[in-house]
Design a protein around this ligand. Sequence first.
Ligand SMILES: [Zn+2]
Length: 91
Amino acid sequence: MTIYRLALRHMQLMLFATLAAFMFVITIDKWMGHSTWAFAVAVLMLIAFNARIRLFNCPNCGKNLFFRGSIIVPWPNKTCGNCGADLDAGG
Ligand SMILES: [Zn+2]
């Protein structure tokens, strides 16, 4: 499993978690009426879950696969934007 594949899997998990959080907020809303706390809990869970994003770094130079400069994008780099290493090699 390459770092790129692991990052892709993380991205898929995040998509799933976002959907789950969305369903959670809708369910609580229907069940207990409109609530801000359900939304807050969902956002906090997503932030906590996404903390793993910091672990996906280039093995060569340590640049994060999800960062483009100072911007975070939801899809990982297949080639390191800093040193040009192939992040899907050897897997
Ligand atoms: Zn690199």
